[in-house]
Design a binder for this molecule. Structure first.
Ligand code: SF4
Length: 459
């Protein structure tokens, strides 16, 4: 209903974006900061931005998202927010006692031109940063990039401020986690542990944004990569970055700073991307792939083979983040599905380059990345020639309703369904979860829309 007036006819737009497939840079920086143990994210800007970023994360994770703000007034908006940030740092350390404050900027402080290096140095010179505590920072102007850019910038800041090379190399492989759910991180760590690979994941949101309810509020839950662990990343023997858009900057920074070589692989979503990740981990950690992991792979293939008739030829429209969409499209193609419309608001060349290869046998496929890629246009494509399935975040529910389509929620934000922070979509087990979710969406839709005489007991 809400989108029923979307027209099939496209008008060439040069500047206007309607329903963008992305959100604001600082949200990514704030999310990444939770991957450090004992860290309080700090938004250097006005309260409104910080409230929005916190609520966007709270609505997705269903956890209290704690973050502080420099709380700009009219005065700081005109003359700069240096005094606000110095005061904030002093107050935060004395009242909330974090190990680390992770500062990110907003459109406002970027437009003023606040210099975080100078301001944080001033705070240190004035003794506002207690011994053993740390303030890290990154720039996240939201008029460029997306939440993925902000995430990447904050992860790179972890390398810049913590990673240290000593002469003692450690037999450890760094796993730099791209934007994914804590459940996905937990699954990747489980795979590494089953393979007996010595790894260190950062950032690590497990046991931070998926904590059990104990009746006792912990401002800094037990999870997250500790500052001591982050320092040792400079001594690791290798780094695997999971997702080019969200981890490449950090991997390059770690190589430049500490000479830790790296390989970027996709986030292990689906069969082939998981194969590549497991192979890379096996090679760089020098461990074999155990039988139990091969069995997980075999069960996934069995599920796909058993349900081939439901997957075959199905046309799919997707939207979201490039690091997710690239392996996800590859997974759908490997199940003989047809990802025909794909949009991502995050700018960058690899998205279109990779999809060109992955979708080469689907000549009707349309894909678009960057500022002008939006869900409005994707909906127009659907109006022109329909699809069988939608995969994306909650913003797609209006299209699903308007077109009466099966809809699998995937990505950020998911505000209207539980489960995404419980059931992983990474690894072979995660791919099995995802394939089941897709099948159930098709079967629920068939049961609901079939005429009485066509309703089948057995599907
Ligand atoms: S002003 Fe900028 S940083 Fe603040 S909410 Fe809007 S886009 Fe995000």
């Amino acid at each position: 209903m809400l989108l029923k007036h979307t027209t099939a006819k496209e008008i060439d737009r040069k500047a206007l974006t309607i329903n963008p497939a992305k959100t604001c840079q600082p949200i990514g920086a704030m999310y990444a900061a939770f991957g450090i143990h004992g860290c309080l994210p700090h938004s250097h800007g006005s309260q409104g931005c910080c409230s929005y970023h916190r609520s966007a994360l709270t609505r997705h994770f269903k956890e209290p998202i704690v973050a502080s703000t420099s709380s700009f007034s009219e005065g700081s908006s005109v003359f700069g927010g240096s005094a606000n940030l110095v005061q904030s740092i002093e107050t935060i350390f004395s009242v909330y006692e974090p190990e680390v404050i992770a500062v990110h900027t907003t459109c406002l402080s970027e437009t003023i031109g606040d210099d975080l290096t100078q301001i944080v140095s001033k705070a240190a010179e004035e003794g506002k940063i207690p011994e053993g505590k740390q303030v890290i920072y990154c720039n996240t102007p939201s008029y460029v990039g997306s939440h993925i850019t902000g995430y990447a910038n904050q992860v790179a800041a972890m390398v810049k401020f913590f990673s240290t090379a000593t002469l003692k190399k450690r037999n450890v492989v760094n796993l730099v986690a791209g934007w994914m759910e804590p459940s996905d991180m937990r699954e990747i760590k489980r795979i590494a542990s089953v393979m007996e690979a010595r790894t260190l994941m950062f950032p690590d949101m497990t046991d931070v944004l998926d904590t059990p309810l104990t009746g006792k509020y912990e401002m800094y839950p037990k999870g997250g990569c500790t500052t001591e662990e982050l320092k040792t990343t400079g001594d690791s023997k290798f780094t695997i970055g999971l997702g080019e858009y969200s981890t490449n900057t950090a991997c390059v920074a770690l190589d430049n700073k500490c000479k830790v070589k790296f390989e970027i692989t996709d986030i292990p979503i689906g069969l082939k991307a998981t194969d590549r990740f497991v192979t890379a981990l096996s090679r760089h950690a020098n461990v074999p792939v155990p039988e139990s992991i091969s069995a997980e792979r075999g069960r996934l293939i069995d599920l796909i083979a058993d349900n081939q008739k439901y997957f075959y030829g199905k046309r799919v429209a997707l939207w979201g983040d490039p690091d997710t969409l690239i392996p996800l499209c590859e997974f759908l193609v490997s199940m003989d599905m047809r990802p025909v419309y794909v949009v991502s608001g995050t700018p960058g060349k690899p998205f279109e380059e990779r999809l060109k290869v992955i979708l080469k046998d689907i000549p009707e496929a349309k894909f678009k990345g960057g500022e002008l890629a939006d869900m409005f246009q994707m909906h127009q494509w659907i109006k022109q020639e329909g699809v069988d399935l939608l995969i994306g975040n909650t913003y797609g529910k209006y299209i699903a309703r308007d077109e009466d389509l099966p809809f699998v929620r995937y990505g950020f934000p998911i505000a209207d369904r539980p489960g995404h922070n419980f059931f992983p979509k990474t690894g072979y087990v995660g791919a099995t979860n995802l394939a089941i979710q897709i099948l159930n969406a098709f079967m629920d839709h068939m049961d609901r829309t079939s005429p009485d005489e066509k309703v089948e007991f057995q599907l």
